[in-house]
Design a protein around this ligand. Structure first.
Ligand code: G3H
Ligand code: 13P
Ligand code: NA
Ligand code: ZN
Length: 343
């Protein structure tokens, strides 16, 4: 079944582990993530970002997605995930990642998401609290969990370039939880979105430690969320580049760093980039192994696009030629099926 995030956070907090949260942009990816979690007999957290909902709503220029596109996309992914979760018989959380405003969050909740993030991190502290509290009111009344964010991650955050990150101030975390009643909080402590996080990143563990200590001291329940946590496996980047891609300056968060923060209250670890890289690699490999597909009527345009945008690794830049499959899950022919296997 689909469950809210809250009970999973309580389990994570009680036993001191962390749960991965994986971004998807297509129905086939949701199925894959659920299948892997079933293998490990684990609950799963699936995330659709705000723009992912727009994309799954059929909007190929997803950066311009309207509320209507997001509503359609949210319903499509929620309907599919509900079915996959029943079949797999594991608990699955369907979480909106980086919800940008109240209406986008409402679109997700009204169409079947069980958990939402409201990202007010670019607002002032007080405006962030106000928006987040409004979302919590709407969400909690419907049994939906809420993640907030305090602090700004370096790099591409919500498509606004923040040259310098603003680390989360542990002194403000208690007030944020008290006033908003969120279930968990994304913090800025040295991670970064995307594939260029810098070599040998060291996380500012003391920030996580202080946030968690302050919450415990006040008797407030709250789990910390680590965004921008892809490890960017070098072998995947090397393979992409060997097959014709051109991904430079690619470094992720070392897995040892991620493991080291789990004891300090980091209970949800967000991964998107690693999945995008893997899909991109798979597509390059498919066209190399089966060159006849480079000219296929249904997927040849994907190959041209891979070659043209060879420094790109967002599969949404390549998937539009099979958009119907992305949005409906219906696979019209074998060539398209081969691409769906890559996803
Ligand atoms: O943290 C951001 C996620 O990677 C989602 O990215 O807004 O391009 O879907 P997106
Ligand atoms: P990555 O870009 O490191 O995968 O981060 C994903 C993320 O934080 C999604 O919210
Ligand atoms: Na943000
Ligand atoms: Zn994020």
């Amino acid at each position: 079944p689909i469950i809210p995030l809250r009970p999973l956070l309580e389990t994570v907090s009680k036993y001191g582990f962390a749960q991965g949260a994986f971004n998807v942009n297509a129905v086939a990816q949701a199925k894959a993530v659920i299948d892997v979690h079933k293998m490990f007999r684990s609950a799963a957290i699936l995330q659709g970002a705000d723009l992912a909902n727009g994309f799954m709503g059929g909007r190929t220029d997803f950066a311009n997605a309207t509320l209507k596109d997001k509503q359609i996309g949210a319903k499509r992914i929620a309907d599919a995930v509900r079915k996959f979760a029943e079949e797999a018989d594991i608990p699955v959380v369907l979480h909106l990642d980086h919800g940008k405003d109240f209406d986008s969050v409402k679109a997700a909740i009204d169409n079947g998401y069980s958990s939402v993030m409201i990202d007010g991190s670019s607002l002032s502290f007080n405006d962030n609290i106000e928006l987040t509290r409004e979302v919590v009111k709407y969400a909690h009344a419907r049994g939906v969990s809420v993640e907030g964010e305090l602090g700004v991650l370096a790099g591409v955050e919500d498509r606004v370039f923040a040259a310098n990150s603003t680390y989360t101030n542990p002194m403000s975390v208690v007030e944020f939880f008290r006033k908003t009643e969120v279930d968990c909080l994304a913090i800025s402590y040295g991670t970064m979105h995307g594939a260029s996080k810098g070599k040998d990143v060291k996380l500012r563990k003391e920030i996580a430690i202080a946030c968690t200590e302050n919450l415990r001291h006040e008797g407030i329940f709250g789990v910390l969320v680590s965004h921008g946590s892809s490890t960017v496996p070098q072998y995947i980047v090397d393979e992409i580049n060997k097959l014709g891609g051109n991904i430079q300056n690619a470094y992720g968060i070392p897995i040892s760093e991620l493991k080291s923060v789990i004891p300090y209250g980091i209970g949800k670890i967000n991964v998107d980039t690693d999945i995008r890289l893997a899909v991109t690699r798979n597509m390059w490999e498919l066209f190399k192994n089966r060159p006849e597909l480079q000219k296929s009527e249904s997927i040849g345009a994907i190959y041209s696009s891979l070659c043209e945008k060879n420094n790109q690794f967002d599969p949404r830049a390549f998937l539009p030629p099979i958009m119907d499959t992305v949005t409906t899950g219906i696979i019209p022919n074998d060539d398209v099926a081969a691409i769906v296997d890559c996803v």
